[in-house]
Design a protein around this ligand. Structure first.
Ligand SMILES: Cc1cc2nc3c(=O)[nH]c(=O)nc-3n(C[C@H](O)[C@H](O)[C@H](O)COP(=O)(O)OP(=O)(O)OC[C@H]3O[C@@H](n4cnc5c(N)ncnc54)[C@H](O)[C@@H]3O)c2cc1C
Length: 327
């Protein structure tokens, strides 16, 4: 049976693995301890934070069909948030999210989606792939411990563009194009409070600030009750400060949040920040994936389409469909 190695167990990798598992022997290699990539959750008892993707929509029938079993068993649920738009510190608009269109989240946490999809897949965790060599008609991957992993016939990279550029061999014709793809950074500020906060929204889009989003994570379905606030910086601010001291970043983002909601969040019982160097990217117009049949390498990921959960699915599925035609 054809052996396929997929690098990265985010949604693009999980989708490709899911679609290919009946046609080949598939192994996923994931650098972190868990599955789901940027569909991420961090816990700090009694708090819980989805510090990557906040929610997702399903615009295409293909994606709706893909998530339907998860909706049926409660792994994906609707988040009917009280949604607000804030300019500076002024609430300029608010509405209740509902059926049209639904805003979906994993339940009881965003990473439940990855756990569901990864349940019957062969995933090697804490395995960061650092190089790949072609010899004896097969690919040989190496991890950061210097171990050479089981040889395979195909390698599919689902890494963000810059990381794929660093990993892929220079002989690949499409590698050069990856170097110029600009993904944007983002900081996620996680704040846990003893008591409920005096805010009148569950999710807010913020403009004219260095923060762009505030959500009450504890308002999402199935979350612990403890008041958990999740704040995103703007991409612009994150790109300018991605190397900065994390205590300073935390303090600054707390200042911004306090000004926006009119409540001093420095007093939070729990404070943490996570910096995403490759958080998202605007809408792309090129190919949804790359596949090189001679060198037996494929490439997918949200960055080929748009920085959205559904885009990662779209790219992963398109790559799997192309590969199925030739293996
Ligand atoms: C802060 C933030 C907010 C977002 N908000 C939303 C939102 O509200 N709605 C929405 O639709 N989308 C949102 N997104 C985007 C969405 O999360 C992504 O589009 C989607 O999850 C990307 O999936 P992917 O599989 O393409 O990439 P990833 O999820 O990044 O998967 C790549 C995987 O590869 C692994 N990896 C990397 N390097 C290696 C290596 N060398 N070896 C092995 N494994 C490796 C990573 O650990 C990761 O698990 C947000 C993203 C962020 C960061």
């Amino acid at each position: 049976m054809t052996k396929i190695a997929i690098i990265g167990a985010g949604l693009a990798g999980l989708t490709a693995a899911h679609d290919l598992k009946e046609h080949a022997s598939v192994t996923l290699y994931e650098k972190s301890r868990g599955v789901g990539g940027r569909l991420a959750t961090r816990r700090a008892e009694p708090f819980s934070f989805d510090h990557g993707a906040q929610f997702f929509k399903a615009r295409s029938k293909a994606f709706m069909d893909f998530i339907d079993p998860m909706i049926q068993d409660g792994t994906v649920q609707r988040w009917d948030a009280r949604f607000a738009e804030i300019e500076g510190s002024t609430l300029v608009n608010s509405k209740q999210w509902g059926e049209a269109p639904p805003h979906y989240v994993g339940a009881p946490s965003m990473n439940a989606v990855g756990k569901y999809l990864g349940a019957d897949l062969d995933i090697r965790f804490e395995t960061r792939i650092t190089s790949m060599q072609w010899s004896h008609d097969q690919w040989h991957l190496q991890d950061e411990r210097g171990e050479t992993l089981a040889p395979c016939d195909w390698v599919l990279s689902t890494l963000p563009a810059q990381q794929a550029f660093d990993l892929l061999p220079p002989t690949l014709p499409f590698r050069a194009a990856l170097g110029s793809v600009q993904m944007r950074g983002c900081f996620s500020l996680m704040l846990g409070f003893r008591d409920a906060l005096p805010i009148e929204f569950d999710a807010a889009l913020v403009r004219e600030r260095d923060i762009s989003w505030i959500s009450l994570n504890s308002s999402k379905p199935g979350r612990p009750e403890a008041c958990s606030l999740l704040v995103h910086s703007t991409n612009l601010w994150a790109d300018a400060h991605i190397e900065d001291d994390r205590d300073w970043v935390t303090d600054y983002l707390c200042d911004q949040t306090s000004e926006v909601i009119g409540y001093d969040v420095h007093s939070a019982q729990h404070k943490a920040v996570h910096g995403w160097r490759y958080a998202n990217i605007g809408r792309q117009t090129g190919a949804t994936h790359f596949l090189h049949a001679d060198q037996r390498v494929g490439l997918c990921g949200d960055w080929l389409v748009q920085g959205r959960v559904e885009a990662a699915f779209k790219s992963g599925r398109a790559l799997a469909n192309s590969l199925k035609e030739i293996i």
